[in-house]
Write a protein that binds this ligand. Structure first.
Ligand code: ACO
Length: 396
């Protein structure tokens, strides 16, 4: 039986997998995909090439990459029944909920499950990578009362998503920067949503259920949902001169500052460093964003007060500013994160299948034993409505 000293809330520091997929070191701020530093991939790779690397463990040859990109290009369309299902979603619903429902619904259409067949694995990888961006863009169009924009086979992955979002072909620099954002968000060891994906995968369910469970986990404000809240915070602050008081107030009230802190990194997240550079590039090319100055002041104010505790900007702090400049509304920031993270989740799904043992941790029971069963009448009268019991008593 496990002892109370073994219990680690949040499983902090407990190894849950043996993995070659990615590596994080929190004191230097290192992130590698299959041993390749993230800044190398951000500079030289593309999102789909990085996904191939994460999932199959090696950089693809030119033929392999072209075949992979080609397959994904031709699987971007959605079944009309999925579009019809989306039409029934309330416009006010959060796009992450829509994405979770649609990811799970894919399993209805591709119900054959052959988890030991490499062709099945590849087809599921292709479908999920191809269709998730189309789902996000389709929900965006439909909630505005418009028909979804059909994907364009002549555009690459990032450009096609921005096109489906805005019905305009993006500038090549904007598409390139968006592709780099996807590379940066593709994988990050055993975080909450990846753990969720691995737990679901370990039951040998279908890959659409695996991705749906991971999407649900990513949606929370302590995980992927933080990027949306960062922009809300910058809006609430409103101007640089209010930053100090705002940060001081939150720390005094023991409230978290969104976009800061990380379970592993005790320095500035390497992805935040690259994203900040991308934001500056975008502002130089397409004009500044007044929230950027507020963000810089927030970073300084937090570092001054919490830097000694190892609390620095994480990946979510600057990503929202980049997405805003690319014309992506703030409640789509987390779905965009999901589009990228599908690459990592699929890599972990495939790895989990290769070494599977169903996840079944233990618990430390801290409740009581051998309690009597109290009938509903007795509970209602004596516990819930004590005054009523008294009245009843008088009448009787
Ligand atoms: N603002 C203020 N204080 C913070 C912050 C923050 N953002 N993050 C951590 N702290 C403080 C805590 O109050 C706590 O202080 P204490 O020791 O005095 O009680 C200490 O640092 C440790 O914090 P925990 O929440 O216990 O750290 P944990 O590793 O469990 O959580 C997490 C990490 C969830 C990311 C946390 O830093 C947080 O809530 N950040 C804000 C939300 C956010 O930006 N999430 C995105 C993370 S990146 C991602 O998921 C993609």
């Amino acid at each position: 039986m496990a002892a109370i000293e073994d219990y680690k809330p949040g499983l902090a520091g407990v190894p849950a997998a043996l993995s070659e997929i990615s590596y994080v070191e929190g004191l230097q701020g290192t992130l590698e995909y299959r041993g390749i530093p993230i800044h190398e991939l951000a500079q030289h790779s593309s999102f789909l090439e990085s996904c191939f690397l994460l999932i199959w463990g090696h950089l693809p040859s030119l033929d392999e990459l072209q075949a992979f990109e080609h397959e994904i290009r031709y699987h971007r369309r959605l079944k009309y029944r999925i579009r019809d299902m989306m039409k029934c979603f309330p416009e006010s619903g959060h796009p992450m909920d829509a994405l979770q429902a649609c990811s799970a619904a894919l399993g209805l259409f591709y119900s054959r499950r052959a988890l030991d067949d490499p062709e099945y694995i590849r087809a599921a990888v292709v479908r999920l990578l191809a269709k998730i961006p189309t789902m996000v863009a389709a929900f965006q169009m439909m909630r505005k009362g418009n028909d979804p924009i059909q994907p364009r086979d002549d555009l690459d992955y990032a450009a096609n998503f921005l096109y489906m979002m805005n019905e305009r072909e993006p500038d090549p620099l904007a598409a390139k920067i968006f592709d780099v954002c996807l590379v940066l968000h593709a994988e990050h060891t055993i975080n909450a949503s990846t753990f969720s994906a691995r737990v679901t995968a370990s039951t040998l369910t279908d890959p659409y259920g695996v991705i749906a469970s991971a999407v649900g986990t990513l949606a929370g404000p302590l995980h992927g949902g933080a990027n949306e809240e960062v922009i809300e915070m910058l809006e609430e602050i409103g101007s640089v001169d209010r930053v100090e008081a705002y940060i001081e107030g939150r720390i005094k009230n023991k409230q978290k500052i969104m976009g800061f802190g990380h379970r592993v990194y005790k320095v500035k997240d390497p992805r935040a460093v690259i994203l900040q550079g991308l934001a500056e590039k975008l502002f130089a090319e397409y004009g500044g964003d007044r929230y950027y100055d507020i963000a810089l002041a927030v970073e300084q104010a937090v570092e001054k007060r919490l830097g000694a505790k190892g609390i620095y900007p994480n990946v979510d702090f600057y990503s929202g500013l980049v997405y805003r400049r690319l014309g992506i509304p703030s409640d789509l920031f987390t779905p965009v994160f999901a589009i990228a993270r599908v690459g990592g989740w699929l890599a972990h799904w495939k790895a989990q299948l290769g070494e599977n043992r169903i996840f079944r941790p233990t618990q430390i029971y801290s409740g009581q034993h051998a309690q009597p069963y109290i009938s509903i009448e007795e509970r209602t009268l004596s516990k819930v409505f004590p005054s009523l019991e008294a009245t009843n008593g008088k009448k009787a």
